[in-house]
Design a protein around this ligand. Structure first.
Ligand code: NDP
Length: 444
């Protein structure tokens, strides 16, 4: 049996009931065969894939907090430190009821390759809790964040593990986490990224994932002889990634016409208005029905549906497994030419294969959404220097990083005989550096 298949079987057997984790490992291993086969004896002897598919450690902890009625609530907290071979662990914290250990492991595993692709010295990690921030008061959010940090602070640090935001964790939550860390450790250090500008944050960090997604999309299309200007774009999500993807799509001359949240979606024939979207989702923290009220030409629909809208480019920016096989079929039938993932693993493997088989350019999240962690890496550099760079400086570095990532993965796909397969290219390019560092550091 091939080494990659053997390891996949072990992963599935040893990690029961973790379907998202199995899916992430399968997606990566299924494309690594060409590079593994070149060095199979060495990798087997070193148990390289067994080590790469197992976290260095997982911390699981209790998070008790008191709600506004005086009732004690209890959630589960996690931090997965997947692989620190190329730098301190780095990856966001997610607060969402769907969080469990399998979801945390899939995200930390993916993050390891993503961080490697950026070219910056960052290992892979991820964390979060099944806490649901929806409908909670500011005081309840703070109580949760402080209790979470009362445990997490023991395991993180500017040179050890540097968390950031993810679903349900924006500027407000990062502020509460950082404040409690500083209080507990009596040290002022760049232990978090995505911080506010008044306490060590980087300009362009809020925009970085969405902007980076569009820089990557534009470069990928350009290398295939297509201009992004004038293209119709459908976007899912209405959070951090979706909002700034929509903003940058406009700036590039494309027209974003949809967005969605966990209850419904908007089609706006005039194009999504960014200011209204920010007002509804970031200021009012309301549902998208409020967007439709403010923009009478737009249509609000309950449930899922953005992938049924005719488009040239689709950008899934909400959550994992939100683009299924029927969605892929609808996109292809409507003439969509490119799918670039803003979220982590939003497209199922079956849907990805269908898109690729039907000639749709497909860039996976670990490359296309790497702009966020890249600017987080730049935030760490600014904190170490105790300097702040201008928006333009950070944005221009972000563009260079995204363009470089694309050319690296494009070259890797071609070198290993799969030209145009950006999934394989991203996995191989990300794997190479981590594998080399792990082998150099011995059996650890
Ligand atoms: P946000 O919490 O800001 O926004 C998430 C959006 O997706 C919200 O509109 C939310 O709806 C919707 N959503 C979340 N879960 C579901 C679900 N189960 N079903 C339907 N809709 C859902 O998160 P981000 O924008 O930060 O993250 C989005 C994705 O991008 C995630 O996969 C994340 O891991 C990934 N990512 C984020 C990065 C970052 O820098 N923030 C970096 C790289 C990747 P509602 O408004 O109703 O909650």
């Amino acid at each position: 049996m091939r080494y990659v298949d053997e390891v996949l079987q072990k992963v599935i057997a040893q990690n029961p009931a973790q379907p998202e984790f199995h899916q992430a490992v399968q997606e990566v291993l299924s494309t690594l065969s060409p590079i593994i086969e070149r060095n199979e004896e060495l990798y087997r002897r070193e148990a390289l894939l067994e080590r790469l598919t197992m976290p260095e450690r997982i911390v699981t902890f209790r998070v008790p907090w008191v709600d506004d009625k005086g009732q004690v609530q209890v959630n589960t907290g996690y931090r997965v430190q997947w692989n620190g071979a190329i730098g301190p662990y780095k990856g966001g914290l997610r607060l969402h009821p769907s969080v469990n250990v399998g979801v945390m492991k899939f995200l930390a595993f993916e993050q390891t390759f993503k961080n490697s692709l950026t070219g910056l010295p960052m290992g892979g990690g991820k964390g979060g809790s099944d806490f649901d921030p929806k409908g909670k008061s500011d005081r309840e959010i703070m109580a949760f964040c402080q209790s979470f940090m009362n445990e997490l602070y023991k395991y993180i640090g500017a040179d050890t593990d540097v968390p950031a935001g993810d679903i349900g964790v924006g500027a407000r939550e990062v502020g509460y986490f950082f404040g409690q860390y500083r209080r507990l450790k009596t040290v002022y250090e760049g232990v978090f990224t995505g911080k506010g500008l008044s306490y060590g944050g980087s300009l362009a960090r809020p925009q970085a994932t969405g902007y980076g997604l569009l820089y990557m999309t534009k470069e990928m299309l350009k290398s295939n002889g297509v201009d992004i200007a004038g293209k119709t774009v459908v976007v899912s999500g209405a959070g951090n990634v979706a909002t700034y993807a929509i903003e940058k799509a406009w700036q590039m001359g494309a027209k974003p016409v949809t967005c969605s949240d966990s209850t419904g979606w908007i089609y706006d024939p005039d194009g999504i208005d960014v200011a209204t979207l920010i007002q509804v989702k970031q200021v009012q923290r309301a549902r998208l029905t409020e967007y439709a009220k403010a923009r009478p030409n737009s249509q609000y629909h309950e449930g899922k549906g953005v992938w049924t809208v005719k488009c040239d480019i689709a950008l899934p920016c909400a959550t994992q497994n939100e683009l299924l096989i029927d969605d892929a079929k609808a996109l292809v039938a409507n003439g969509c030419m490119a799918v670039c993932e803003g979220a982590n693993m939003p497209t199922t493997m079956e849907a990805t294969k269908y898109l690729q088989d039907n000639g749709v350019y497909f860039v996976p999240g670990k490359a296309a959404n790497a702009g966020g962690v890249s600017v987080s890496g730049l935030e760490m550099s600014q904190n170490s220097e105790r300097l702040s760079w201008s928006f333009e400086e950070v944005d221009s570095k972000l563009q260079d990083i995204m363009v470089n990532i694309f050319h690296n993965l494009d070259a890797a796909a071609t070198e290993f005989g799969m030209p145009g397969n950006y999934v394989a290219g991203a996995n191989i390019a990300g794997f190479k550096k981590v594998a080399e560092a792990m082998l150099a550091q011995g059996v650890i």
